[in-house]
Ligand binder design. Structure first.
Ligand SMILES: Nc1ncnc2c1ncn2[C@@H]1O[C@H](COP(=O)(O)OP(=O)(O)OP(=O)(O)O)[C@@H](O)[C@H]1O
Ligand SMILES: [Mg+2]
Length: 445
């Protein structure tokens, strides 16, 4: 199960097919790979895919025939990248004329091919997005929960949606940063304009610049036509710079300049374009000035974090867990979770946060023998490590056990940091304000 999309690879040479499949998976996509047109047709009858990489010369026929069928049928929105032998101009022209998303020549330039795949997936996402814009908004932007911590997050989303100022969304992996970014867009005045996301950690450093800025024809080897970058595609809408904490220093400098001047140029071009996107940046890495391990320039941090939304880890909002579980159950055959299983789910510390909880419930919901998910259906980690081993929880209520554990973790963190509350909060993965509230609740000095 991945968020990035599913890519079908049709390629008759087995080594190449497997190589492509694993390269695509490294992008965070899932892949399906088949050797010929027959298998591809069968598979497309009952599986959905987001992008197809299609070789033209296959043992059982011509890839262009499949392209034509796809364009005429219900899958016409699925982008198809055709692979042609170098120099096969006639087929290349026909492929593009017949609606291929792009073509790539063999032997493959893998990094460039992967960027093309990502661009195809992005287009797919945008056309989906547009269809979604015609439907009513999911309440709360699809964010489930009603804890005090989520309430704070919603307020900030509302405030961010009302302005065009840059937003920085921080929080551990899987807490819902991308959903927050989308909610900001969906509730903003730009909701009908494009939402363009770019994952800065997934792109090879050498390609980020032309991805963001676009390029002119001939800007570098392989730049066979002018291409609009994400800055341009997001004009009027929202640009999500995801994993901003991974952006290398020289590109941070360039980004800072664009944000400062409100202008940019395509790679290899002289025309100055206006930067008209609203920026939301997200990261799970440390980015605060002075925070250990932060690699984000301080001036860039301040430019991006005009509004900052710290999405709390799931363990800091356990009261949301039952609602999130109910949400995850909609996707599986099982109907409910037993009380004992729910207690374990509520007590676990969820290092992978909401994403991990969703996966655990979905898996258990598929594996459960009946309609109820019970303790044995849960993964061992959740069954065994829900509560720290040396806490005596035998005769305690769940709430009491959890609050003892919280108190102990907080005291430990304060001891380890010599009473430095900011650092302790960081280690605990909670906001400073939450730590203060806990200190008050527990009467810790
Ligand atoms: N409050 C929520 N309600 C419903 N689903 C949620 C919520 N928060 C997160 N999810 C789901 O959890 C998964 C992870 O969310 P998302 O991709 O937004 O996390 P992230 O913070 O961007 O993680 P990463 O740092 O790993 O990129 C998604 O499937 C998302 O739909
Ligand atoms: Mg994310």
């Amino acid at each position: 199960m991945t968020d990035a999309g599913r890519v079908l690879i049709v390629e008759d040479e087995s080594g190449l097919r497997e190589g492509l499949a694993s390269a695509v998976e490294r992008l965070g996509c899932s892949s399906l790979a088949v050797p010929g047109l027959g298998e591809a047709r069968r598979l497309l009858r009952d599986q959905s895919v987001d992008c197809i990489l299609l070789d033209i010369r296959l043992k059982d026929g011509d890839g262009l025939d499949l392209l034509a069928e796809l364009r005429a049928g219900p899958l016409r929105d699925v982008p198809v990248i055709m692979a042609t032998a170098y120099g096969d101009s006639e087929r290349t022209i026909r492929a593009m004329r017949d609606g291929a998303f792009d073509y790539v020549t063999k032997p493959f330039d893998l990094p460039a091919l992967l960027v093309t795949v990502q661009r195809a997936l992005e287009q797919r996402r945008m056309s989906r997005e547009q269809r979604r814009a015609e439907r009513p908004l999911a309440e709360g932007g699809g964010l489930v929960g009603s804890s005090a911590a989520m309430l704070v997050t919603w307020k900030l989303i509302g405030r961010a949606a009302a302005s065009a100022a840059p937003v920085l969304v921080t929080g551990e992996t899987g807490v819902g940063k991308e959903l927050v970014a989308r909610a900001i867009h969906d509730y903003s005045a730009r909701a009908r304009e494009p939402f363009v996301a770019v994952n800065l950690a997934a792109l090879p450093a050498g390609l980020i610049e032309s991805e963001l800025f676009g390029h002119e024809k001939g800007a570098f080897t392989g730049a066979s036509a002018r291409r609009a970058g994400r800055f341009e595609l997001a004009a009027g809408g929202t640009l999500l710079l995801d994993e901003i904490g991974d952006l290398e220093p020289s590109l941070q400098t360039k980004l800072l300049r664009v944000l400062h001047d409100g202008k940019f140029e395509r790679v290899g071009g002289h025309e100055t374009l206006d930067f008209r996107a609203r920026v939301v940046a997200a990261t799970h890495k440390p980015v605060h000035p002075g925070e250990p391990g932060s690699q984000l320039r301080e001036d860039l941090y301040y430019r991006l974090a005009v509004i900052e939304i710290q999405v709390p880890p799931l363990r800091a909002r356990r009261s949301d867990i039952p609602q999130l579980v109910a949400h995850a159950l909609r996707a599986v055959p099982a109907r409910a979770v037993s009380e004992a299983a729910m207690e374990l789910l509520s007590a676990y510390h969820w290092p992978g946060n909401v994403r991990e909880l969703m996966h655990v419930v979905e898996r258990a919901g598929v594996l459960a023998s009946g309609e109820i998910i019970d303790v044995p259906d849960l993964p061992e980690a959740v069954r065994n490590h829900a509560v720290a081993p040396d806490t005596d929880t035998e005769r305690l209520s769940l709430r009491e056990a959890v609050s003892r554990l919280e108190r102990r973790m907080i005291t430990d963190a304060l001891q380890q940091t010599n009473g430095n509350r900011s650092e302790a909060a960081r280690r605990l993965g909670i906001a400073r304000a939450q730590l203060y509230a806990k200190l008050q609740e527990f009467g810790i000095e």
